[in-house]
Design a protein. Structure first.
Length: 169
């Protein structure tokens, strides 16, 4: 992979940050003009690096996927498997709640190496929590990933439903 010049890397970083903010606020309806304006670059600078808005959206979604993977891997290091799973789930729910592009753009990235790595990490996390008796045995990592976007209003209710032993009232 070719390393970018320092100024080109700065522009790329600014474009990705601005795109992340715009997509988080407006979803897929965010405009390239607004992204370029916020990044302090020209419209053409965005399109030199990303041939379409979909390509830019995919790049931003993959940044969030990498972030979620790191959260899952970090949760695997927690001594308490149940607490590690809860931490991952709550962090993922918060990330989804702040970033509309994850909900609206995730399907565009489903076949990527980054998503595969995230799925592996979440699967390890789920299996570890199940072995520890903290998570229901019939729950799969895919179930968990499908529940995350829907859990922003009631994460405790979802977590209670996922636990092997229901929480005491």
């Amino acid at each position: 992979m070719t390393q970018l010049r320092a100024d080109a890397q700065r522009n790329l970083d600014r474009v990705l940050e601005a795109a992340s903010d715009c997509f988080a606020e407006h979803g897929v309806d965010a405009s390239i003009d607004e992204i370029a304006r916020r990044a302090g670059v020209g419209h053409g600078t965005v399109f030199r690096r990303f041939p379409s808005k979909d390509a830019l959206l995919s790049a931003v979604v993959l940044l969030r996927v990498v972030e979620l993977t790191a959260v899952a891997e970090s949760a695997l290091d927690q001594p308490d498997a149940g607490a590690g799973f809860d931490r991952f789930f709550r962090t993922a729910v918060e990330l989804y709640a702040r970033n509309r592009e994850l909900v609206e753009g995730f399907g565009r990235c489903i076949e990527t190496d980054e998503v595969a790595a995230m799925e592996v990490a979440v699967d390890r996390l789920v299996r570890r929590a199940q072995r520890a008796g903290a998570l229901r045995r019939d729950v799969t990592s895919r179930d968990v990933l499908e529940l995350i976007p829907a859990a922003n209003r009631h994460p405790d209710v979802i977590l209670d439903g996922l636990r092997a032993v229901p929480a005491q009232a």
